[in-house]
Structure formats: C-alpha cells, structure tokens
Design a protein around this ligand. Structure first.
Ligand code: 5GP
Length: 145
C-alpha cells in the first residue's frame, strides 16, 4: 500500500469504529477514539484515531481534524503518564507500508516506556489478554482531565 490510494472502508480500525469488531476503549467523543492496542509493544500501548476522517495517513488528514486528533493524543498521553508512571513515552505514527504502517486509517501510537524494560518490536508483540487491557484502560481513563 503506497502513500497514495483509496481509503478501504473495511480496514480494521473502520470496523472497530463501526462496532463490527470489539475493542477495549479508553475514551471517545464525537471526533476521536482512544483504544488499547491488542498487540501492545509495552504495557499501556494506546492508539488514537479520528472518527470523522477517512485519511489513511498524515499527508491526507484535514488540518482541523489533525488538530483535534493531536489534542486527543496529548490528553491521552497525560492520562497514561498519571496512571502508569512510565519513565518516558514514545509517540509513533507510520505512513505507508514502506513506512511501517499496517492499518491504513491514520492513527497515533502512545507507548509508555520504562528504563529497565525493552519495548517490543512493531508488529512483533503477542496479543494481550482482554482482561488485562480492560484493567489498563480503566486505570488510564480514571486519570483523564
Ligand atoms: P501501524 O502498523 O498501522 O502503525 O499500527 C497498527 C496497530 O494496530 C498495530 O500496533 C497493531 O498491533 C494494532 N492492531 C492490529 N489489529 C488490531 C485489532 O484488531 N485491534 C486493536 N486494538 N489493535 C490492532
């Protein structure tokens, strides 16, 4: 999948947004959804997506939608920091297959980092238990401002 092309309405995140496949939600409003990555690269790995845009990547997204999305990323990252007390946070965002992207609905990764724990590789992490993700999502949601 190159940087250019049509949005696939049946991509995984579109199905999650339509409620066709389950996800562990942290929070949402009319514009954005924050949910747990089911293959977390570290404990507390959250994804943030727009609910209104069909942008596949950063190059395509409408600036006003990007503004809401990045504010949502910051709000979520602050809650992750308060809930999980990581030593650092990695924000990741991949564009195009050659850029490492695997789901072609624009999203930001929020990945907590600890100095004494290695982060798992992108696309190389095992699936997490739903109960663990639900517990983490509840802890993060409890710290939202
Ligand atoms: P990308 O490679 O496009 O930047 O990131 C896609 C992310 O979506 C990956 O981190 C992957 O673990 C995550 N992912 C893939 N399938 C699912 C799914 O069905 N549910 C959730 N919650 N995350 C998924």
């Amino acid at each position: 999948m190159s940087l250019h092309g049509a949005y696939d309405p049946d991509n995984i995140f579109a199905k999650i947004l339509r409620g066709e496949i389950p996800s562990v939600k942290v929070w949402e409003d009319d514009d954005v959804l924050a949910f747990m990555d089911v293959f977390p690269q570290s404990e507390g790995h959250v994804l943030v997506v727009s609910k209104t845009s069909q942008a596949r990547n950063l190059l395509e997204i409408e600036p006003e939608v990007l503004t809401k999305l990045t504010v949502a990323v910051q709000r979520t990252a602050r809650a992750v920091e308060k809930a999980l007390k990581p030593d650092g946070l990695s924000l990741m965002q991949f564009n195009g297959e050659a850029g490492g992207q695997t789901v072609f609905h624009l999203h930001f990764h929020i990945i907590p980092r600890w100095g004494d724990r290695a982060m798992k590789g992108h696309g190389h992490a095992p699936m997490a238990e739903a109960e663990q993700l639900q517990a983490l999502a509840a802890r993060i949601a409890a710290e939202l401002d």
